[in-house]
Ligand binder design. Sequence first.
Ligand code: ZN
Length: 297
Amino acid sequence: MDKIIQGTAANGTIRVLSAITTGVVREAVRRHDPSPTVSAAFGRVLTGTLLLGGTFKDYDRLTVRIDSSGPVGGIVAETNGRGTVRGYVKNPDVEIPANVNGKFNVGGIVGDGTFYVIRESGFDIGLHKEPYVGSVPLVSGEIGEDFAYYLAKSEQLPSAVLLGVLLRSNEPFVAASGGVLVQMLPGANEQIITMIEDTIRNAPHVTTAINAGAEPEDLLKLALGEVDFQVLDEREVTFQCNCSIERAKTLIASLGAAEVEAMINEDKGAVMTCGFCNESYELAEAELDEILQEANS
Ligand code: ZN
């Protein structure tokens, strides 16, 4: 089961989160069928978005959007604070050669661009507050560094973000996925910060540990070394969309009678595909007739 934990270290002066997202990324890859390098980039963004969600209290919907000038074009992930995440990539099929270390060249496929964070709140209680939008330029396109740079710039809290996706050549292609976020809060001891930075620099890849069966607590130990931590919250995480046949019908109805008539007369039906999860909803002529009658009544 995929999960995310959050807690504190060093007497509450350091916030720590970690997540195992192997199932989340497997489901995302199954639905969108991206190339290996795009899978690695997409999986890191989905994991980072779940971790970032844990650093904010007040939102109903948190969206991370990367507008990239690289081959992938763009990546979007959205979480709702209840442990579900969904997302898509603009160009899932593009692929580029591995980098000099033989690793997926995520930075190369993402390239330059802008990293946006959009926080919306108030939906649940019927309020429509202005969304909060923050943005920073991408620093490397490697995703983990981009999340860390965003947190340091926009929240003024120095952070380390480790994200990883391990792929294999047979199904399910995603062997392991997960990440760790360590955030220094005001008052964090400089010596402890240096210690953690050293530990992180020398830590093995998170995906190696996850592939060997590590739990989220084990990932925190990898990142924190000797520094004690306390887990405050744990929750399950899943790739899940909120689209449905009802929503597809509502959307079609909103297009207006003329458009629905055209779907009936010209296409003898309609197919709606959700961008976030790639689910297709087929509506037969009879169902479109019903929508039309309701619109005309
Ligand atoms: Zn959907």
